[in-house]
Ligand binder design. Structure first.
Ligand SMILES: Cc1cc2nc3c(=O)[nH]c(=O)nc-3n(C[C@H](O)[C@H](O)[C@H](O)COP(=O)(O)O)c2cc1C
Length: 172
């Protein structure tokens, strides 16, 4: 079975998850905006990953999903979203599932595996527009202007195992 991982990422945390997954699944991680033609057609399964920005997935992922709608409908799909705030973690509240829905709503079929993974934000890395947005959000919610690192390799490995188990139990 040869799959591909297609991801979108602005500051690199989703890209890091994608390359860890690629290593574990012995496959390639490709940016949604740079997927060569034929790659989707040739893949036996596809892992899709996007961070959540202002309650949405990144536009590059949305464009990829829209363009490849027909082909994706014929493949097993596994999806993950990467998000910031701990309150978005499904272990803590409902938010994670809401974030997941921002990606699954575009899928042509029920995914074989899903994951909501903690992300990372380094204030010093943000471009001007994002810096302004985050500071305004923090003002409104009375939080400090500090970054965070909630990257969780364990969650990504669980997700990979879920994908592998699906193939084992489906006998493919
Ligand atoms: C401007 C901005 C808006 C964000 N909006 C959300 C959001 O709506 N929900 C959320 O859970 N995380 C939000 N985040 C956190 C990102 O999802 C998190 O930092 C993620 O790890 C970024 O992924 P990337 O490094 O792959 O770009 C936001 C971050 C920024 C900078």
């Amino acid at each position: 079975m040869k799959g591909i991982i297609v991801f979108a990422s602005k500051y690199g945390s989703t890209a890091e998850y994608a390359s860890l997954m690629a290593q574990k699944l012995h496959t390639e991680a490709l940016r949604a905006s740079e997927v060569p033609s034929g790659a989707v057609f040739g893949a036996d399964f596809i892992v899709l990953g996007s961070p959540i920005y202002s309650y949405s997935i990144l536009p590059d992922m949305e464009v990829f999903l829209e363009r490849n709608k027909k082909l994706l409908a014929e493949k097993p799909l596994a999806v993950f979203v990467v998000c910031g705030d701990s309150m978005w973690n499904p272990k803590v509240g409902e938010g994670g599932n809401k974030n997941l829905e921002k990606l699954t709503r575009f899928l042509p079929s029920e995914p074989i595996a899903v994951a909501v993974l903690g992300g990372r934000m380094r204030m010093e890395e943000l471009d001007e527009e994002d810096g302004v947005k985050i500071r305004a959000f923090r003002e409104r919610t009375g939080r400090e202007h500090t970054g965070y690192d909630r990257m969780e390799e364990g969650g990504a490995l669980d997700f990979i195992n879920e994908i592998k188990n699906w193939f084992k139990s489906s006998g493919t």
